[in-house]
Design a protein around this ligand. Structure first.
Ligand SMILES: [Zn+2]
Length: 296
């Protein structure tokens, strides 16, 4: 399942390759699951829009579109604050003739975005094809159909962005929270986009046990934790950068150069610091890996 660094890498790769291209037409498949917004709304927002930018919000890939001379309102998506979005939309608009819809892709477990030549064979799990003015196609392929496609204006994924968070925003997230710190890190309403692997790796670097109650962690430990989260994510993004083109190219084979995990997936193997075997426990249904000696 792609995590924040992979989604960031994919978004950067797409931005480099299809920004400024224009969507000439849209085909959407018959399977209902991938469509979070009605097919007619997705098609209307995308059709004849220019792709201004592609970027990541949490674990979502967001395409900022420009659709000139159409004054329609898009359905708001979950988590969006209507008042704020109206204000932002107004400010963002260079003039009243243009609307700025956004196309939002969540890859789910197995979703992928492929940039193909039109003659490339269409795999049977293709749920959307966007024909681009450059002659290429952008395809959304997802065998297990946990991925989601939607449209919005001023999309807000909820939570705070871990790479942009400062300590003043980070510390209050855990105040009086009795859940294990691991669960709090995975809570998308608090922190946007930190997944299982990077939560385990960050907690190891910060020497905090995953089952520790979030509210018992001191201010200085939280400061170290925030630094660890940023380090882990940035290292993973840097490692993923070299394989962008593989990922978004035709075959959609996952090509990520993995960050060297220090605890994740290393149950029973010696801790890289103290040689104690790494433990695996289950917290809220998710595997958690930690060193019982280094992490308190
Ligand atoms: Zn250790």
């Amino acid at each position: 399942m792609p995590e924040l660094p992979e989604v960031e890498t994919i978004a950067r790769g797409l931005a480099k390759r299809i920004s400024r291209d224009v969507i000439e037409s849209v085909w959407l498949g018959q399977q209902p699951e991938p469509l979070k917004s009605p097919a007619s709304e997705i098609a209307a927002a995308l059709d004849h829009s220019r792709i201004l930018a592609v970027h990541r919000v949490g674990k979502h890939i967001v395409f900022d579109l420009e659709k000139p001379h159409v004054g329609r309102t898009l359905r708001s998506v979950k988590g969006q604050q209507p008042k704020k979005s109206r204000e932002r939309t107004k400010l963002d608009r260079p003039n009243n003739d243009a609307t700025h819809p956004q196309f939002i892709v969540h890859l789910g477990m197995t979703g992928g975005l492929q940039i193909c030549e039109p003659q490339a064979e269409i795999s049977k799990h293709t749920h959307a094809i966007l024909k681009l003015a450059s002659g290429r196609e952008l395809r959304f392929v997802d065998p297990r159909r946990f991925g989601r496609l939607s449209v919005a204006v001023a999309f807000d994924a909820g939570g705070i962005e871990p790479l942009e968070a400062d300590l003043d925003a980070f510390i209050p997230l855990f105040r009086s929270r009795k859940t294990p710190i691991k669960s709090a890190l995975l809570n998308q309403k608090l922190l946007r986009g930190v997944g299982n692997i990077y939560a385990d790796e960050s907690l190891f670097r910060a020497a905090i046990r995953p089952r520790r109650r979030a509210s018992t962690i001191t201010r200085s430990q939280l400061a170290i934790l925030l630094t660890s989260i940023k380090e882990v994510l940035r290292e993973a993004i840097a490692a993923g950068g070299s394989s962008v083109s593989d990922y978004v190219d035709a075959d959609g084979e996952e090509g990520f150069f993995q960050l060297q995990h220090r605890v994740y997936g290393r149950e029973g193997e010696p801790c890289l610091v103290c040689k104690t075997p790494v433990k695996r426990i289950v917290i809220a249904g998710r595997s958690s890996h930690y060193c019982p000696r280094c992490q308190k």
